[in-house]
Ligand binder design. Sequence first.
Ligand code: ZN
Length: 257
Amino acid sequence: MLGWSINLFRIRGIQLAVHFSFVLWLAFAADQGWRDGGLAGLIWGVATLLVFFTCVVLHELGHSFTAMHFGVGVRRILLMPIGGMAEFDSIPRQPSRELLITLAGPAVNFVIAAVLFLFVGVPQGWPLGDFDYDANLAGFVQLLLSWNLLMGCFNLLPVFPMDGGRIFRALLATRLSYLRATFWAATVGKVLAAIAALIALLVFHRYLTAVLFAFIYLAGEAEYRAVKRRELEDAQWREMALRFHLPPRDEPPVLAP
Ligand code: ZN
């Protein structure tokens, strides 16, 4: 599925690609806009989607440029309907570096929000507004500000696969081994996701939201298993390398939201 993508252009050597399903979303936004307000509505719908995804790209570039600063190769940024994904050659196992690379993404959203705040102030209805802003420039900027604040905050939730999960792990890894830190970060994320899924299901009867939290639960489990498998393989490789004088092992690519 991840292979079904279209390459757009390169930014400082990083290939920007969009998943095929993105075209469907673009068509949906255009159609919805056309129904709501004819040609002007169509342009509004497509423009808001493109600007929104520009913010997602800037978030991913925040991660990517910080990673490149630490000498980590960035292969590409893939845009999907659910968000962006940067593909790194590896993630440094030094907690301070993983922390900075991960924090840089949400930080970009907060900087964008702060700059927009200078122009429009606090958007009407914040923080629990319905995002139903006027279809003019001021409304557009308010929408953009709200999105960036939400994107920054949502990514800081301390669960995998969100940036917050990695930040939590990096903080734990200053005291624990990388594997133990991943275990505890994944466990806390899984417990939070399970509680949230139950509340969504039993209290609010929101089935899709419950499915989203079930996905977050599974992502925590997958992250722990991946790190554990990697540690086992590394240990086996070190043993083999000692015996047969082998070169260091290549790192597999790492995907980061
Ligand atoms: Zn991120």
